[in-house]
Design a protein around this ligand. Structure first.
Ligand SMILES: [Fe+2]
Length: 213
């Protein structure tokens, strides 16, 4: 597998959409479809030539989320995925790790490296993440069925500013930084692990913001 653009047709998207339905609860399937819609909306602004790839990543991003924590750990054991001590204790990170592996094994021909990486890092972000990965991360955070205050605020901030922005990437960078701030604050307030990838992702967008002109 490499990062060469995979040619995804509407038929392919319909196939994946139907297939993931088998793996998800009704509630999570509705969320997944909404992430795909959001990824399309964000993709139209930033990388319109890659919307179908974005939809594939969005449709597959939570494909293993219905597995229990024990089943996630068993999956990692069965397929030789080595976890560090922090990942073992972070269910949100676990489903991203198993989801990326599952998508690679079960949807060969529909995915490339960037789609797999977008799934792998959709909960934490990572250092030097791409615009493609950022769109999947953000689509998952702000899609319309999300009702949490931070999701609403972020969604409102992004769409209020993007219309009139002369530099649309700047708005994306600022929105990403705000999302990481919300996440880090929540994790700190609740004495939960903060994944080092999240800190590096936040730094990366601050770097981009300061070097965007
Ligand atoms: Fe999700």
């Amino acid at each position: 597998m490499d990062n060469i653009k995979v040619n995804i047709s509407q038929n392919d998207i319909d196939y994946i959409s139907n297939k993931v339905k088998d793996y998800l609860s009704d509630r999570r399937y509705i969320h997944t479809l909404s992430v795909a819609d959001e990824a399309q909306a964000l993709g139209t602004i930033f990388i319109p030539e890659r919307i179908n790839e974005l939809k594939v990543a969005a449709l597959l991003h939570d494909v293993t989320k219905n597995l229990t924590d024990d089943a996630q750990l068993k999956y990692c054991n069965d397929f030789g995925i080595i976890l560090d001590d922090y990942q073992i204790c972070s269910p949100d990170v676990l489903h991203a790790i198993t989801g990326a592996d599952f998508a690679k094994r079960n949807f060969t021909g529909y995915v490339n490296d960037e789609i797999i990486s977008a799934i792998r890092f959709h909960t934490t972000g990572h250092d030097r993440m791409t615009i493609f990965e950022a769109i999947i991360y953000l689509a998952d955070y702000i899609e319309k069925t999300r009702k949490h205050d931070s999701c609403r605020m972020l969604r409102q901030y992004f769409y209020e500013h993007i219309e009139k922005a002369s530099d649309k990437l700047e708005i994306l960078y600022k929105t990403m930084i705000m999302s990481f701030d919300f996440t880090v604050r929540y994790l700190a307030d609740n004495q939960k692990y903060i994944d080092s990838d999240t800190i590096l992702a936040r730094n990366w967008f601050i770097y981009l913001l300061n070097h965007s002109n």
